[in-house]
Design a protein around this ligand. Sequence first.
Ligand code: ADP
Ligand code: MG
Length: 586
Amino acid sequence: VALCDAEEVPPAPRPCDVESHFNWKLFWQFLRPHLLVLGAAIVLALGAALVNVQIPLLLGQLVEIVAKYTRDHMGNFLSESRHLSTHLLLLYGLQGLLTFGYLVLLSRIGERMAVDMRRALFSNLLRQDIAFFDAKKTGQLVSRLTTDVQEFKSSFKLVISQGLRSCTQVVGCLVSLSMLSTRLTLLLMVAMPALMGVGTLMGSALRKLSRQCQEQIARATGVADEALGNVRTVRAFAMEQREEERYGAELEESRHKAETLGRGIALFQGLSNIAFNCMVLGTLFIGGSLVAGQQLKGGDLMSFLVASQTVQRSMANLSILFGQVVRGLSAGARVFEYMTLSPCIPLSGGGCIPREHLCGSITFHNVSFSYPCRPGFPVLQDFTLTLPPGRIVALVGQSGGGKTTVASLLERFYDPTAGMVTLDGRDLRTLDPSWLRGQVIGFISQEPVLFGTTIMENIRFGKLGASDEEVYAAAREANAHEFITSFPEGYDTVVGERGATLSGGQKQRLAIARALIKQPAVLILDEATSALDSESERVVQEALDRASTGRTVLAGTHEELLKKGGLYSELIRRQALDAPPPEAPR
Ligand code: ADP
Ligand code: MG
């Protein structure tokens, strides 16, 4: 019975990633603070297992007494069995207590380790290069933080609790079995491994099926996720029915797989029930003949039965545990993989230029660059540009021409493949990146991203610890104060996920306030008004003009100039007619 109980659908597998090795050294670092508690848990678990080994023996003795009274009907049953019963009761109590103890300790260790691991992984993920995020899917990274840590934790707990207990019980019970009856034990030792072997084979086939099931479910979820996440596009193309059909087909496929799995599990359970019942019957039959031949006491047969059941259950547990260990190790490997990964561009470290000496002059010296995830494709080649301090320089070029790339290099999201970028004559690579991003450069992009919190917090994101007055001043400078105070909740208005409850122009002005609050010496405006309608463009542009005075400004423009008509758009139009588009803004 036991074998099949646990053969339920295992947790979702992770197909596509490349397996990495489990990092035992790192694991040890997470485990070390808990060694004392772990030791206590192990002692308690061993204790519980040993008590479990004792119980069948005592039960057998009790049965022996019962049998005697059934035969002879004399003496006082209660007084004779009282000692044994109290002993058993005490053992039951002790067993319960030990179980309680080690489970509490284990859950304590598991939860704390999970928190430590999540914290470490999250902090290391946040430190990775932007190039790392170009190549990875956010969903996969998040699932390493959630599912993988979860799975690793539960495997760890299971190995200590079940693994230790089952091993002890198997060994202990085998010892007492062989003391009870060597002949029966030998028989059992032949029958059981054979059954276990068959069971394991079937089990692994079922696991494979269940993995396929999970993958299919994930595929179906992916379809739904995509459709719901992009509902506006789906609606705009009137694709509801097609999406329904796609989802339906995936669901149908997953139903088919799940039913096959269900039949497999049913067969497995049915067969293993028969097998185990037959073993009980066989033991009783052979043992019974031994009892009849006076080679075995009835009570001992009872002990034997209970103990052999314990062995069977424990071995079944161990075989399931094995699968869990494999999954836990690969989950752990995925968790640890990104913990040891170090970025090429560190978050901090390097020189700073004191504010009073900072001019904000920027030069790109013969910079060549291609994105790490697309190494064969040069975006900038031998690109040279000087931004004089306090002046506005505009990069104009078609979309895809490399304007955003230039801004990213200035923010040091990436390092140039060749050449260098300097700030006041110093190579960016020698300067502290967090100082550069946090205090020197203000970045305003085409599509500002806000966080799902209050307006106050969003602006303060630009400078942690800014006072309310500083926030108000920045908002005024960004032409945002008025619309903010017109909201009933003013600066405490929560802007919704990614700022969804604001208009484009309002979002952009908050982004400007957020950039201005750090009073940056250098301002990057990456097509900051191109996504706006002309009315909000006017207020935003006004804020930008005000923000630009006295700062070094790198502005990327294409749309704005196009919209204005005039010479630029005419140039672009002609160029498009007679030549392929330029590689990079020059
Ligand atoms: P612009 O801002 O002028 O429209 P970009 O700097 O965004 O142009 O893009 C320049 C080129 O680099 C484009 O061909 C684009 O496909 C490519 N590119 C942009 N971002 C990435 C990225 N993260 N990874 C790889 N290629 C990129
Ligand atoms: Mg761009």
